[in-house]
Design a protein around this ligand. Structure first.
Ligand SMILES: *[C@@H]1O[C@H](CO)[C@@H](O)[C@H](O)[C@H]1NC(C)=O
Length: 371
């Protein structure tokens, strides 16, 4: 190449480079901030920021050491040492600065600005089976949807019906439940095992309730719904304690319960596919997304060293074998470093694990936001 050609070539490359910088930056900023209008969450303790503080149930966590890794160490009712995945999502999509609040919190329940950007209706201990929330007197999922309708009415009163409908078009809905239906209900109480004699029959019964929930949300104008499956249930420290032949010496995951979780996730994905097929005909702008939590949690356990986890089969609170909710309290000892644990109590992940989960959701969230 001649000198002048070379100069031309380099200045051309420089231009391309600058152009790319500009384009890349603008598109990444847009994909994060532009599109999500609100974030509405339903389900169980995995996504409950403290709704149970305002109802009459023993399933609570608004006391130390819960919340001990928040900057002010205040227990909020989240079943963890800090934030939940849904808090990280709410900040990532730009609807909240820090935390996604609980709908029943009196500071938010009538604050329409907060309701517009998002709240969680979830209730620890809840599940798809209508019997599950009655075990611990928590908020059934149809009631959570009823609260969402109430929330919508409050918005309509301020911004009008049409603007509220438009708001819903760019809102993201998130559901996470199912573990309690198995762990608290089917595996523990005899009543469902008597009427659903095979686990498959019970799983199909749960799927019917999920279908109803999704249809209820779609009827309220939801267009982007993400629904999580269940984790490897046989790896929850509480499940190991209850079902291992020797819970003190043998603390491997119990494959039987994890495989029930995998089967359930398969059934769920199949049902979501069928629902999407119908939606493509009846309401093509409505999308339902499956969120995998099984793979990421199984991976955190298996490849724990890569994540810096040392505690994988017991929780950080107390002995780690049985403590959850009121059994994990201010008299309990706490492990020296919760960031080295996957589980905070014998059932629920630590903030570190919830953050890792959030990172695995990110590509799906980006896709939801941009579609
Ligand atoms: C629904 O339509 C979208 C395109 O709009 C397509 O990508 C997707 O595969 C369809 N889903 C099903 C289940 O047919």
């Amino acid at each position: 190449m001649e000198n002048s050609d070379r100069r031309l070539f380099f200045s051309f490359m420089k231009m391309i480079f600058i152009l790319c910088l500009l384009l890349c930056f603008t598109s990444s900023v847009e994909s994060l901030n532009k599109k999500v209008s609100g974030f509405y969450v339903f389900g169980d303790s995995t996504v409950d920021p403290g709704n149970n503080n305002y109802i009459n149930t023993p399933f609570r966590s608004n006391f130390p050491p819960y919340g001990r890794d928040f900057t002010n160490h205040v227990p909020t009712g989240r079943f963890s040492n800090g934030k939940l995945s849904t808090d990280f999502i709410a900040a990532y999509v730009g609807v909240k600065k820090e935390l996604l609040p609980a709908y029943l919190d009196p500071n938010y329940r009538n604050n329409v600005e907060e309701l517009m950007t998002g709240v969680s209706f979830a209730s620890a201990g809840s599940g798809y089976d209508p019997l599950t929330p009655t075990i611990s007197n928590v908020i059934p999922i149809p009631t959570q949807v009823e609260y969402f309708r109430e929330c919508k009415k409050k918005m309509e009163a301020v911004i009008g019906k049409q603007s509220t409908e438009n708001h819903m078009k760019n809102a993201v809905f998130f559901m996470s439940a199912g573990t309690n239906d198995f762990a608290l209900n089917y595996f523990t109480l005899p009543i469902r095992r008597q009427s659903y004699t095979t686990i498959l029959a019970y799983q199909q019964f749960l799927i019917q309730h999920i279908k109803q929930f999704l249809q209820d949300l779609l009827a309220e104008g939801a267009k982007k719904i993400a629904i999580a499956g269940v984790p490897p249930m046989g790896c929850l420290p509480m499940m190991i304690t209850m079902h291992s032949p020797n819970a003190f010496l043998q603390r491997d995951c119990i494959e039987k319960y994890s495989s029930i979780g995998r089967d359930f996730n398969q059934l769920l994905q199949h049902e979501l596919h069928l629902m999407q097929l119908q939606l493509n005909l009846s309401s093509p702008d409505a999308k339902i997304y499956y969120i995998d939590i099984y793979g990421p949690i199984a991976n955190m356990i298996q490849a724990h060293q890569r994540y810096g986890f040392e505690g994988i089969n017991s929780g950080c609170c107390g002995s780690g074998y049985i403590e959850a909710s009121i059994l994990c309290n201010k008299a309990s000892s706490v492990c020296p470093d919760p960031f080295k644990y996957i589980f905070w109590d014998s059932i629920h992940p630590t903030e570190k694990a919830y953050h890792n989960l959030f990172l695995t959701f990110q590509p799906t969230i980006d896709f939801i936001v941009n579609n």
